[in-house]
Design a protein around this ligand. Structure first.
Ligand SMILES: Nc1ncnc2c1ncn2[C@@H]1O[C@H](COP(=O)(O)OP(=O)(O)OP(=O)(O)O)[C@@H](O)[C@H]1O
Length: 395
C-alpha cells in the first residue's frame, strides 16, 4: 500500500494519497423501486460502468484507483487493504488521516465506524506488545456544522475558534483533549461523541449526519529505559478519522429552511475540499485555498502536507444515483494525484533527557567510587574524587 512518488525530500517521503472506492449493496429503498445496479469491480483496482447508456457515452466507463471494494467486501477488508498502513503509521511518529467521502447514505459512517475501531484496536495491540516503550494517547473530537467548529467531548455547544500556530499550523482553541486510560475509555468517549453529533432527517437518509466529524488521536511514545543518546527522543504524531457530511448537491437531499442553510455550508466546506484537491492534483504550485473553509484549514497538513492520507470514497451502485457516483469518482480521480510529504515527528523530551543525565551521573559516581581505595590511606586522592563527583553533580 502507499504508492511512492519519490524519495526522501526535506527529511520526509513523498507519497500519493491512497484512494479507494467502496460500493455498498443496493438498499431496501433502491430494491423496492427496482433500481438497477450499474457498477462492477472487475478486479482489485478497477471499477466499470457496466450498462451502456447512449446519453452517457461521453463519460469514462472505467476508473482505476489504488483499490476498489465491491458490495461483497467487508469493512475489515476495506480496513486491511485500504486504511491500516496509513492509520497505524501514527505509531512510528507519522501524522495520518483517513477520510470517508461520498453522497449521503453511501456508507461513510458505516465504513468509518469500523475503520476507527480496527485502527484503535491495532494501536492497543501494538502498545501491548511493546512494553519497552511508554505511550501516551490523547483523544479529541470535533464536528464542523454550518461552518462552526464544536467540541464533541463537551456538552457546551459554543463554537470554537481556529488559531494559527507558527509551528503546529491551525489549532482549535479550547478543544477538549482526554488522556485515554485504555480502550474501554476510548469506547465510552466515542459513544458520548455520537450522542453529541448533529443528526437530521433528509429525504435520502433518515439518520443522515449533517456535519463533518473529525476524531483525533494524538500518540506520544518514548523508550522506558534510556540507555544512550540514540533513544532519548519521543515520537509524536496524530491520526484523524474524518467522516464527511454527504457530498450531494443541496437540491437533491434538502427540503427547505434549516436543511437548506446546512446544505449551503456543507457544500462550502466540500466545495473548498474539492477545489483544494483539484489544485493539488496539478502540483503544489500557485495558491491553494485552504483558508476558505474550516474543514480545509483544520486538515491542511493531510492535504499535500506532512501526513499520510487515505481516502475511502463510498458510493451507491444504483442508477438513480449515477450523477453523484460520477462526481464521487471524479473527486477520487483528482485525490489520487495529490502528493503528501510525511515525516517522522521526533521531539527531544526534557523528561527523557533528565532521566538520561541522572543515569549517566549515577554511572560515573559508581565508576569513581570503584577507583577509590577502600582504606583512607590516601586522603588527597579521596578529596579529589569527591570534588570530581561534585563537579559532575553541578552539570
Ligand atoms: N457496505 C455496506 N453494507 C451494508 N450496509 C451498508 C453498507 N454501507 C452502508 N450501509 C447501510 O446504509 C445506510 C446508510 O449508511 P451510512 O449512514 O453509513 O451513510 P453515510 O454515507 O454516512 O450517510 P450520511 O452522509 O447521510 O451520514 C446505513 O443503514 C448503513 O448500515
Amino acid at each position: 500500500m502507499g504508492s511512492i512518488a519519490g524519495d526522501d525530500v526535506g527529511g520526509g517521503k513523498e507519497e500519493r494519497i491512497f484512494v479507494s472506492v467502496r460500493v455498498r449493496p443496493l438498499n431496501e429503498r433502491e430494491l423496492e423501486r427496482s433500481d438497477v445496479s450499474d457498477w462492477e469491480c472487475i478486479n482489485a483496482d478497477t471499477i466499470i460502468f457496466k450498462n451502456s447508456l447512449p446519453e452517457r457515452s461521453m463519460f469514462p466507463t472505467a476508473y482505476t484507483f489504488d483499490r476498489v471494494f465491491s458490495c461483497e467486501s467487508t469493512t475489515r477488508q476495506v480496513y486491511e487493504e485500504g486504511a491500516k498502513e496509513v492509520g497505524v503509521s501514527v505509531l512510528s511518529g507519522i501524522n495520518s488521516s483517513i477520510f470517508a467521502y461520498g453522497q449521503t447514505s453511501s456508507g461513510k459512517t458505516y465504513t468509518m465506524n469500523g475503520i476507527t475501531e480496527y485502527t484503535v484496536s491495532d494501536i492497543y495491540d501494538y502498545i501491548q506488545k511493546h512494553q519497552e516503550r511508554e505511550f501516551i494517547l490523547k483523544f479529541s473530537a470535533m464536528e464542523i456544522y454550518n461552518e462552526a467548529v464544536r467540541d464533541l467531548l463537551s456538552p457546551d455547544s459554543a463554537p470554537l475558534r481556529l488559531l494559527d500556530d507558527p509551528e503546529k499550523g491551525t489549532i482549535v482553541e479550547k478543544l477538549t483533549e482526554e488522556t485515554l486510560r485504555d480502550q474501554d475509555h476510548f469506547r465510552e468517549l466515542l459513544s458520548f461523541c455520537e450522542d453529541q453529533r448533529q443528526i437530521g432527517e433528509t429525504s435520502l437518509n433518515e439518520m443522515s449526519s449533517r456535519s463533518h466529524q473529525i476524531l483525533r488521536l494524538a500518540i506520544e511514545s518514548s523508550a522506558r529505559e534510556v540507555s544512550g543518546m540514540g533513544n532519548l527522543s519521543t515520537l509524536a504524531a496524530t491520526v484523524n478519522f474524518v467522516d464527511l457530511a454527504g457530498s450531494e448537491r443541496a437540491s437533491q437531499a434538502l427540503t427547505a429552511g434549516t436543511r437548506l442553510k446546512e446544505g449551503c455550508h456543507i457544500n462550502r466546506s466540500l466545495l473548498t475540499l474539492g477545489t483544494v484537491i483539484r489544485k493539488l492534483s496539478k502540483g503544489r504550485n500557485g495558491h491553494i485555498p485552504y483558508r476558505d473553509s474550516k474543514l480545509t484549514r483544520i486538515l491542511q497538513s493531510s492535504l499535500g502536507g506532512n501526513a499520510k492520507t487515505a481516502i475511502i470514497c463510498t458510493m451507491s451502485p444504483a442508477r438513480t444515483h449515477i450523477e453523484q457516483s460520477r462526481n464521487t469518482l471524479l473527486f477520487a480521480s483528482c485525490a489520487k494525484e495529490v502528493v503528501n510529504n510525511a515525516q517522522v515527528n521526533v521531539v527531544m523530551s526534557d523528561k527523557a533527557l533528565v532521566k538520561h543525565l541522572q543515569r549517566e551521573l549515577a554511572r560515573l559516581e559508581s565508576e569513581l567510587r570503584c577507583m577509590v581505595p577502600t582504606s583512607t590511606s590516601n586522603p588527597d586522592a579521596l578529596k579529589e574524587k569527591d570534588a570530581q563527583i561534585k563537579r559532575w553533580r553541578k552539570r
